[in-house]
Design a protein around this ligand. Structure first.
Ligand code: GTP
Ligand code: MG
Length: 328
């Protein structure tokens, strides 16, 4: 008896199904889907149907059919509270370089989460990025993960000289540290998204043990490419996909994501903070830790935790020195 392709689970008893196993997905459609970042059954099951058909050339009806099969084939992601406790036990933290700052974040930057720093120019977002590219490599006893870094640089502000300076003042070997930071300059938002889609390859093919992905800055390319009013919806849709790929990497490889973000002034606010992060609700919901950075008195910096799933809001003061992020 010929098996109908709809029964995708029957073909693979181990549950490992490829996207080609979905009805209506031939090798060419599969290639197109992969190019658009839909490389797993899960990603297809949860994608907006319109986006699936658009990126693959499938009709809306075929896309829906493939999607229903994908949903039937997979465990939809319900896990028990007990399993969740187990998964959360594997979360690790890396230091920011300042004890107060770590305290604000409940012990440092977390794996399996997206941490976003926003603030005006010179507030320290990129300095923190470069600092984390160092601390992630430290041995666990020194507050690190002893793992490598992927640094996506969209503004050409990554400075190896600054890394070297931070290392030397901290008694670390700059050559060794720099050799474990993989920097990719992104030239367009599509390029930026593609780089994240290549993370699996970097990890699986090149055997890199990535503990942290940095995107500095998340929005600059999106912002300049989608400047017109009419393009906002498209921008947000792409941003949403980008953030989902990042979160997927964080969960799959138990790694941390650090994003920097710009601000815009919010004329509606008369009291309190007149600036707000760009990126809208999509970004607001995607980042588990949002840190607002601003310049304080005498060169000091203030970090405020704005949105966190379980930590109280709070504010601390830190310093930017030769050592990088430092105690106030
Ligand atoms: P934009 O990317 O422009 O939005 O800003 P940003 O928030 O990324 O700023 P960044 O992290 O690059 O901070 C720049 C600031 O860090 C400078 O204005 C300096 O105050 C400080 N800084 C940078 N390098 C050094 C250094 O070597 N020593 C000291 N003491 N401070 C530094
Ligand atoms: Mg910067």
């Amino acid at each position: 008896m010929v098996k109908k392709k709809e029964d995708v689970t029957e073909n693979h008893e181990d549950g490992e199904i490829e996207i080609e196993d979905l009805p209506g997905v031939g090798p060419m459609t599969a290639d197109k889907l992969r190019d658009a970042g839909y490389d797993t059954i899960m990603s297809i099951a949860v994608a907006p149907t319109s986006e699936l058909s658009e990126s693959s050339g499938m009709s809306a009806a075929s896309a829906t059919k493939a999607q229903i099969a994908a949903r039937n084939a997979m465990d939809m992601g319900f896990i028990t509270g007990t399993e969740l406790v187990e998964r959360r036990k594997t979360i690790e933290r890396m230091t920011t370089g300042s004890e107060d700052f770590d305290g604000l974040l409940g012990g440092g930057i977390e794996t399996q989460s997206i941490t976003e720093a926003f603030g005006e120019f010179g507030s320290g977002k990129s300095q923190l990025a470069m600092m984390l590219a160092i601390t992630c490599q430290l041995p666990k006893k020194d507050g690190g993960l002893n793992r490598d870094i992927l640094f996506i640089d969209t503004e050409n502000t990554f400075r190896p000289e600054r890394i070297t300076q931070m290392c030397e003042t901290r008694g670390l070997n700059p050559k060794k540290i720099l050799s474990r930071i993989m920097v990719a300059r992104a030239y367009t938002s599509d390029h930026q998204m593609l780089l994240v889609d290549k993370v699996d390859e970097v990890i699986n093919k090149h055997g890199k043990d990535i503990g942290l992905i940095i995107v500095d800055s998340l929005m600059s390319l999106f912002r300049s490419e989608y400047a017109g009013r009419g393009t906002l919806a498209v921008r947000q849709q792409k941003l949403n996909r980008h953030l989902h790929s990042l979160q997927r990497m964080a969960d799959k490889h138990n790694l941390a994501i650090y994003l920097t973000n710009q601000v815009q002034s919010n004329p509606a606010v008369f009291f309190g903070n007149p600036t707000k992060a760009i990126g809208g609700h999509i970004l607001g919901h995607a980042s588990q830790f949002r840190i607002y950075l601003r310049k304080g008195k005498a060169g000091k910096r203030v970090a405020r935790l704005v949105d966190s799933p379980y930590l109280p809001e709070g504010e601390i003061i830190f310093n930017i020195t030769e050592k990088g992020i430092d105690e106030a």
